[in-house]
Design a protein around this ligand. Sequence first.
Ligand SMILES: [Zn+2]
Length: 235
Amino acid sequence: MAYTFKQIFLPASKYSIKAPYIMVPQYITVHNTANDANAAKEIEYMINNNNQVSYHVAIDDKEVIQAIPFTRNAWHCGDGGGSTDPNALKKGNRLSIGIEICFSKSGGVRYGVAEENAIQYIAKLLKQFGWGIERVKKHQDWNGKYCPHRILAEERWNSFLKRIEEAMNDKNDLIEKDDDIMKFTNETTKAAVRDYLKQAVDKKLIDRSHLDKFDAGKLTSGDYEGLKIIIKQRM
Ligand SMILES: [Zn+2]
């Protein structure tokens, strides 16, 4: 992972304002904050005010921070008290996990990285829930609000979804880090990662020494995440 995952939970004393209903999530709703604060600041603000405005996760260029359990609803879709009826149109507030992508007001590199982190995180959630890409909604789908504003303004919603699908199909899955050296769940995965690095070396996108390091069992997951970014940028 290129990001650190953290949980800074909304106190239960505020559930009545910000997360009153038990939820069995069915969707993921994507937002842009339309602000330039980082994830920690967004979450702090959300937790500390008493407005009926809330969401589950904020993502910036370094962190993914969860503030509300996915088993409770949050108020982020502007579709009112909504419904849990699968056939209802207004169910965003009652059935979806709200994800805010930070830094969207001014954009730039840190927004780009935040968006990439969101893609990786959403792909991971979809896999965890056993869901397909059709579960990913934009705020606009629920109540017409122009959100996620930057993705919409840049006409990238379809490519955003495509990037999530690619991330889901990424065979370069690692098991959890252990002393930071890359370890693999199985030989197929290991071979796929080697093949990916080998191709990058053959295309002269990265130096051969990285592949040697991999073969020597010394490549760290941090090295690998960095290489993936470099390879993407140079392709
Ligand atoms: Zn929104």
